[in-house]
Structures are given as structure tokens and as C-alpha cells.
Design a protein around this ligand. Structure first.
Ligand code: CA
Length: 219
């Protein structure tokens, strides 16, 4: 799951990023509200974690602007302003959840997992194409009932390809779904993951579209 973190406290953001990465979330971090609004329109994440006290824009206005762009995007508000008034305003402006600072990282992770479950039950929790079955809730993949051992990135890559079966995914779009901005990526990273996936999957399951990317044919 891709998380956009809009938070102007760099040390808090760094800590959050590390913890969320460990849990398998991809995190892109921005310090300013305007940049956050821009990012939501150009490369929409799965969820936004939004700090209300930002230097350039009031977080409530960031939230309102995001809501105008995307009515469905889950937004979790993070703020030191723990007053009931702020909480009510945040929820009125379309926040889905609210966490007051200081908070326990475990609580944030638990809430993110709720969003993740909601998201994956919304986006086909279990899907099968041919002999391959992917369960995004249990995070498992099997071929003809036989479970596969996949790395986290292999799983994410296969999930994106299966969810978009019939459509070609370019290397760039796959990279942006699997890696955070600025994360060190070897130029052939996607090819390497595809290579490993193919050794575990039926022949010709993932097709190469020469010079463009990869696709899976829906059956
Ligand atoms: Ca702040």
C-alpha cells in the first residue's frame, strides 16, 4: 500500500517512514501542504497521512482541497491539536480517521491495516487468473493450489499486474508503485523481479511487451 505522508517535522517523518517501511508500506514524504495537494493529483497514493500544523497551508485546507480532487481517497489526520473542535472539523472536512500526537506507532499501524483491509476487500481480495490465485488479505499466492514463496516486492509486482490484467504496465509505472520516491533503484530492478517471478509461475503467465513493459492476459 502506498502512503503519502504530509508532515513538516523531519525527525517524526523519518521515524514514521522507517516503521511503515518495515511493515511493508511504501511511503512518500512531503513537508509542505501545497506539494501534498499536487502529489495527490499527479500520482495518487492509496492513503494520505496528513499533519494539520503545516508551515505553508492549514492542514484543514489541504484536506478540503484533497477532498475536492478525490472524494474516496482515505485521509488519516495526525495532529498535536487534540481538541474536540479540531477533531470535529477534520471529520467534517472529510477525514476518515484521526490520531492525536503523541501517539503510539502501533496504534497508527493498526489503523493503517484497517484501511488496507478495506482497500483490498474493495479491490478484489482474492483473484484467480488461470491456475494462479492471489489473496491480498492473506498475502499469499498459489499455483494450482500449491503455495509459492514470494518476496514482498515480487508479491506487490504480481498483484499490480493481476489487478490490471489485460492492460500493459510500463516499467516506470511499476517502479512508482513498488518504490518510494528517491529510493535507490537499480536500473534493471523490475526485470530482475520479473525474472524471479517467472521462475515460480506458469510459462508465459507474465508477457513482455517489448520496449514497453509487462502484462498478464485475463482468462
Ligand atoms: Ca506540524
Amino acid at each position: 500500500m502506498q502512503v503519502l505522508l504530509i508532515e513538516d517535522d523531519p525527525s517524526l517523518a523519518e521515524g514514521l517512514k522507517r516503521s511503515l517501511n518495515r511493515e511493508g508500506f511504501t511511503v512518500n514524504h512531503l513537508l509542505r501542504g501545497k506539494d501534498g495537494v499536487h502529489a495527490v493529483s499527479t500520482s495518487p497514493p492509496d492513503i494520505v497521512i496528513l499533519d494539520l500544523g503545516l508551515p505553508d497551508m492549514d492542514g484543514q485546507d489541504v484536506l478540503k482541497t484533497i477532498r475536492k480532487q478525490d472524494a474516496e481517497l482515505p485521509v488519516l489526520i495526525l495532529t498535536a491539536r487534540a481538541s474536540l473542535e479540531d477533531k470535529v472539523a477534520g471529520l467534517d472536512n472529510g477525514a476518515d480517521d484521526y490520531l492525536a500526537k503523541p501517539f503510539e506507532i502501533d496504534e497508527l499501524l493498526a489503523r493503517l491495516r484497517v484501511f488496507e483491509r478495506r482497500l483490498s476487500s474493495f479491490k478484489h481480495a482474492g483473484m484467480s487468473i488461470g491456475q494462479v490465485t492471489l489473496d491480498s488479505k492473506a498475502q499469499t499466492v498459489s499455483v494450482s493450489g500449491q503455495a509459492l514463496e514470494l518476496s514482498r516486492r515480487e508479491f506487490m509486482l504480481l498483484k499490480v499486474l493481476m489487478e490490471n490484467a489485460g492492460r500493459v504496465q510500463t516499467r516506470d509505472s511499476l517502479e512508482s508503485k513498488l518504490y518510494s520516491w528517491g529510493e535507490e533503484i537499480a536500473s534493471n530492478a523490475i526485470e530482475v523481479h520479473i525474472h524471479h517471478l517467472r521462475k515460480k509461475l506458469p510459462d508465459q503467465f507474465i508477457k513482455t511487451v517489448r520496449g514497453v513493459g509487462y502484462t498478464i492476459k485475463p482468462v
